[in-house]
Design a protein. Structure first.
Length: 128
């Protein structure tokens, strides 16, 4: 899924990531990405805590599935992860590989499988 953003902070150069800050798995993932994003190329927005009026995606959809904006385009699922990876030098090769349709399709299938077990994993992560 892709959408185009209206002019504003999320449509600026770089990558904007919307994540579920109430999800223990998401918290850990984003903490790791923040550590790797030494250049500050990614703007992280906690959807559970913040409203982002510049995002054209419904809050419920943002909480259900990972979204990112790259070059003014909103991406979802594996494509959003790939955009985030491209902004981090260490992960950039994986993000570039995801530009291949077959690689992206495999990553998307893996992400969809993860979404099915995400609630159970969230419960386990929350118990720690």
């Amino acid at each position: 899924m892709t959408a185009t953003l209206p002019p504003g902070p999320a449509s600026a150069p770089g990558v904007t990531v919307w994540y579920d800050g109430a999800c223990p798995l998401c918290q850990r993932e984003i903490a790791a990405m923040r550590r790797l994003d030494r250049r500050g190329a990614i703007s992280f927005i906690d959807v559970a805590a913040d409203a982002d009026p510049g995002c054209p995606i419904d809050r419920g959809e943002l909480l259900a599935r990972f979204h990112a904006a790259e070059n003014g385009r909103v991406l979802s699922g594996a494509a959003a992860f790939a955009a985030m990876w491209r902004a981090i030098p260490l992960l950039r090769p994986l993000g570039l590989a995801a530009r291949n349709r077959l690689v992206l399709a495999l990553l998307e299938a893996s992400y969809r499988a993860f979404l099915r077990i995400r609630p159970r994993l969230q419960r386990l992560a929350g118990k720690r």
